[in-house]
Design a protein around this ligand. Structure first.
Ligand SMILES: N[C@@H](CCC(=O)N[C@@H](CS)C(=O)NCC(=O)O)C(=O)O
Length: 206
């Protein structure tokens, strides 16, 4: 039995749940984190000493870090889908996953907190504006990559789509002014039509 420990609306849990649903892995998800708590117990910390979500359990095997988990699921259960077959393809998938961590995640976190989570009196509009500039530049890099491609690496979705695919839902749904990025918008529409994405990623943003 594969279990994912983590609340459904965490972007890092969404990466794992979306990947598992796409490759047909049956997962039991347990609500842990934020309002559910449970990530500061000795039992949880023994599984994931960071006290963060998600953690994946596959029988006796435990692993944390969302990108590592999706690579594990695709390698073990993907039957060739989602995990590129060549070393070059896997390197490119990793490149976009790492790029998400360095270029998309930090500014998106600043925007998310200032637009969604902080009450108006705690919002830092200058920091949010700076983050908007940074992330718009990063999204335009992905917009260029998507020129002539259905998904990040080509005609088929792959692990490269997963972190940025989860983030583009937030980017497209938050109450912010976005620059026009037609390839990115078309890719987001393509992802949105996938039942596994709609069910696991397109959840209320809180
Ligand atoms: N690099 C880690 C980051 C994990 C992380 O920061 N998780 C957040 C949720 S997105 C968390 O656990 N926050 C505390 C909570 O939800 O209670 C990963 O990708 O798995």
């Amino acid at each position: 039995m594969v279990r994912v420990l983590g609340r459904a609306n965490s972007i890092n849990v969404q990466k794992v749940m979306w990947c598992a649903a796409e490759i047909g892995v049956d997962v039991e998800r347990v609500d842990i984190g934020m309002k559910f708590g449970g990530n500061d117990t000795a039992e949880y910390l023994a599984k994931n000493p960071n006290g963060l979500i998600p953690t994946l359990e596959d029988g006796d095997f435990t692993v944390w870090e969302s990108h590592t988990i999706v690579r594990y699921l695709a390698e073990k259960y993907g039957n060739g889908a989602w995990n590129p077959g060549s070393a070059e393809g896997r390197a490119q998938a990793s490149q976009w996953m790492d790029w998400y961590l360095s270029r998309i995640h930090p500014p998106m976190t600043v925007i998310f907190w200032n637009v969604v989570r902080h009450p108006p009196e705690k919002r830092d509009t200058a920091a949010a504006a700076k983050a908007m500039d940074e992330v718009a530049k990063a999204w335009s890099i992905l917009n260029n990559q998507l020129e002539g491609r259905e998904f990040v690496l080509g005609d088929q979705p792959s692990l490269a789509d997963i972190p940025v695919g989860c983030a583009v839902y937030r980017w497209s749904s938050m109450d912010i002014e976005r620059p026009s990025l037609p390839n990115l918008e078309a890719w987001y529409a393509r992802l949105s039509s996938r039942p596994a994405y709609a069910a696991n990623v397109m959840l209320p943003i809180t």
